[in-house]
Every structure is written in structure tokens, then in C-alpha cells.
Design a protein around this ligand. Structure first.
Ligand SMILES: *Cc1c(COP(=O)(O)O)cnc(C)c1O
Length: 413
């Protein structure tokens, strides 16, 4: 009774259907059990159907789901305070939306407004945002144009103007690309989709300095690497904690599997009269009908609270180091290295070291073999297998998944 012809075919889906989840296990409709190292693409950070999340959802559903941003929403204020104080840790304000792409569109809008308020020497507005090759920022017209990967843009041009792409971790190239129109530099602390590539600490520090020097906004896309994923509450904090970002986009792990996104805008002053950056987004300048519903905020609050209560950042750091040590310890010739931080890990496969079926990438092939063997992971680029389990994955389930991975990698010829 398949009705998949009614669903637009934008995803190449695996030939399995999930029926239910429990912690770091998923069960398909045939009853087969999988160890989940994908976690809804780094979203289900507390595992599936965590009682704290289920309870928050049920309780709020009985009270109020949605009432619109025309009225005060105390659940938003509670969550915003938690994120500003305990996650970002720098004075600022939050806008709630529903996804990562929306969050990135939002920070691009803030950067453009800033570029109008702080124009170039000749008085023309600045609007250009520099991003990086192999970055991924989303699928809307804005976030797709920001993405430094041609493959997501094919036949959707003309693209939104105002983006230029630079090689990641290349300071000389970045300096040379800043123009009089540039108003911001946007990056992921760890590039997720692009192959699990962490930013180098010196590079990030120099980007922050360049932003100060040229009056540019430092824009961090923390959609995948944020919310305890990389061993600190935010990805940048795990790499170079003393920098001061201006704009941060978040989604994925923030909702524990519930659709949720937000962006943070710094309160730092942008002129001599002490105007806070956040104040340039005045009433009417941005909006979202479903952004920050009481339901989404109550669930997200429960998720973030639990993350903090259990110090899942520290746990992600420890579990991630265990993954790295274990996989490297196997010394398989097909594994070039293990990249990433915390529980955003990439097993870099050595090109040409094993046979890959026609038309498949090495990462997609290994991912298929893992799935057949009962382990769900996720490719990141053509040669990297991404491991992004729930942050609270029990040690024994982590080892069970690694055992499956070992058998698969050991069988490659
Ligand atoms: C997934 C992702 C996005 C897009 O998020 P959506 O919720 O799919 O719109 C943006 N940036 C990064 C770094 C991501 O990993």
C-alpha cells in the first residue's frame, strides 16, 4: 500500500521504513533493530522518545500549542533566557524560527540591515556576506546562495546576490576577498555536511580580528555543531572560546527532534552612542507565524535544560574521543583519519582503497553496508562517513555500533 508517488522525490531514500524509536535504537517495520549513529541528522540529541521530551510535549499540548507572536509568549522568554545565559553566554537577544535555513536567512537579513546602517565610505550600503567552500547553510533561496557547494544550486539560478566563497581555513584568500560591500563573514565551527571539517583555532581567531578591523559581523552557523554536539554548548566554544560572535544561527539539536530553530543577535554596541546590534531589528523587520510557538519552546526548554543538567557537552566530548581512539586503533587501510569534535565525527575513507559500485560514492556505499548490518550513520561529502549519535548514547550502545562499523570496514576489499 505504498503511496510514495504522492511525495515529491527530493530525497534518495533508503529502502527501509522506521516504525518506532527508543533511546539510541530505531526499529523498522520488519522489526529489525538499528543502532542509531544518525539521530535524525544530529537532531535527536537525547535519543528517541526521551521521557523528559515526551512529557514536556504532552503537558504543553494540553495547555496551549500556538497563539501567534501577536501576544506575549512566556515560554519563548524562558527559553531565550536559557539560551542567552547558559548556551551562548554573551549578552544578546533571540529570534525563534523553525529550521536551520530560516535561521540563516535571518542572520543574513540582520547583516544586510547592519550594512545599511554602517555603509561603505562612499555611503553605499554594504550587503555582501563571505562564506566558505564546502559549507552548508540550507535550502532556501538565501541559505542556498550562502552555501559554498555548487551541487545544491544547480539550475536554481539566478542566485540571490551578495555572497562570495573562500577556501576554509585560508586567511590570505579571505583577506583578499573582503570588499567595500562586505558586511559579514559566515562560517560553521565544524563544517557538517561538507565533510566534518573543523575550523582551525588560529583561523577563527584571525577571522574575528578581521571582522573587528573591517567593521564586519562575525556570523556563526551553529545549526549542526551547536547545542553540546562538539563537546561544548556551542561549537565555537570547543575551538576558540574567547572570540565574540555577532550573530549565531541554531536549529537541529535545539529541539531534540521537534522542529525548532533560532538565531541570536549580540547586544554589543555598534557605534559611539552605544546602539546595540540587536536593536536594529525593529518591530516589523522580521517575522515567522510559527516561530517560537509555546509548544516548540516548551519542548526545546526541556531538551536544553536536560542537556545542561546532565552536562551532555562533557559527555559528547568523552564519547567522541572514544570513537576516534577506537576507530583509529583498528588501523584499517580504508580509514585515512577520523575528523571532527565531540559527537560530530567523520571517518575519512581512503579513496581507491576498496571497490565501490558504479554510480555510488565511497561514503554512500559504506553507509549502505552499515545500514544493512544494523547501524545507521550518514555520509558527509563523497568520502566521509559521519557519526552523529545522540549525546546521551549509553556506552554499551556506542560500543555495539562501533562493533558493527568495525565488521563493515574490515570486510571492505
Ligand atoms: C542542516 C543544516 C542547515 C539547514 O537546516 P534545515 O533545518 O535543514 O533548514 C544549515 N546549516 C547547517 C550547518 C546544517 O547542518
Amino acid at each position: 500500500m505504498e503511496k510514495k508517488q504522492y511525495v515529491l522525490g527530493t530525497y534518495g531514500r533508503a529502502p527501509i521504513t522506521m516504525e518506532r524509536g527508543e533511546g539510541s535504537y530505531l526499529y523498522d517495520t520488519t522489526g529489525k533493530r538499528y543502532v542509531d549513529f544518525c539521530a535524525g541528522i544530529a537532531t535527536c540529541c537525547l535519543g528517541h522518545c526521551h521521557p523528559v521530551v515526551v512529557e514536556a510535549l504532552e503537558k504543553q499540548a494540553h495547555k496551549l500549542m500556538h497563539c501567534s507572536n501577536l501576544y506575549g509568549i512566556p515560554e519563548q522568554e524562558e527559553l531565550a533566557e536559557l539560551i542567552v545565559r547558559r548556551v551562548v553566554g554573551i549578552d544578546g537577544q533571540i529570534f525563534f524560527c523553525n529550521s536551520g535555513a530560516e535561521a540563516n536567512d535571518g542572520i543574513i537579513k540582520v547583516a544586510r540591515r547592519f550594512g545599511h546602517r554602517h555603509p561603505a565610505m562612499d555611503g553605499t550600503p554594504r550587503y555582501e556576506v563571505l562564506t566558505f567552500n564546502k559549507s552548508f547553510h540550507g535550502r532556501t533561496l538565501g541559505s542556498m546562495a550562502a552555501t559554498g557547494q555548487r551541487k545544491v544550486q544547480v539550475e536554481f539560478d539566478p542566485l540571490l546576490t551578495g555572497f562570495r566563497y573562500v577556501d576554509f581555513n585560508d586567511m590570505e584568500a579571505l583577506r583578499a576577498t573582503v570588499s567595500k560591500e562586505t558586511c559579514g563573514i559566515m562560517l560553521e565551527a565544524v563544517q557538517g555536511e561538507g565533510g566534518v571539517n573543523p575550523v582551525e583555532p588560529e583561523f577563527l581567531r584571525e577571522v574575528a580580528e578581521l571582522c573587528q578591523e573591517k567593521d564586519l559581523l562575525l556570523m556563526l552557523d551553529e545549526v549542526q555543531c551547536g547545542f553540546a554536539r562538539c563537546g561544548a554548548m556551542m561549537g565555537w566554544q570547543a575551538i576558540c572560546p574567547d572570540i565574540q560572535p555577532d550573530l549565531i544561527s541554531c536549529a537541529k539539536g535545539i529541539g531534540g527532534g521537534f522542529p525548532m530553530g533560532c538565531f541570536w543577535v549580540s547586544n554589543r554596541s555598534i557605534d559611539d552612542s552605544g546602539t546595540p546590534l540587536s536593536s536594529i531589528m525593529t518591530p516589523g523587520s522580521h517575522g515567522s507565524t510559527f516561530g517560537g510557538t509555546p509548544l516548540a519552546c516548551a519542548v526545546s526548554h526541556a531538551v536544553v535544560n536536560e542537556m545542561l543538567r546532565l552536562d551532555l557537552a562533557a559527555r559528547a566530548k568523552k564519547s567522541g574521543e572514544h570513537i576516534k581512539r577506537t576507530v583509529k586503533g583498528w588501523r584499517f587501510p580504508c580509514v585515512e583519519t577520523v575528523r571532527g569534535l565531540g559527537l560530530l565525527r567523520g571517518v575519512a575513507l581512503k579513496p581507491g582503497s576498496f571497490a565501490v559500485p558504479e554510480g555510488k560514492t565511497p561514503a554512500a556505499h559504506v553507509n549502505d553496508l552499515c545500514r544493512e548490518a544494523g547501524l545507521l550513520a550518514c555520509p558527509a561529502g563523497p568520502d566521509t562517513l559521519r557519526l552523529i549519535p545522540a549525546l546521551n548514547i549509553p556506552e554499551e550502545v556506542l560500543d555495539e555500533g562501533l562493533g558493527i562499523l568495525r565488521a563493515v570496514l574490515g570486510s571492505l576489499v
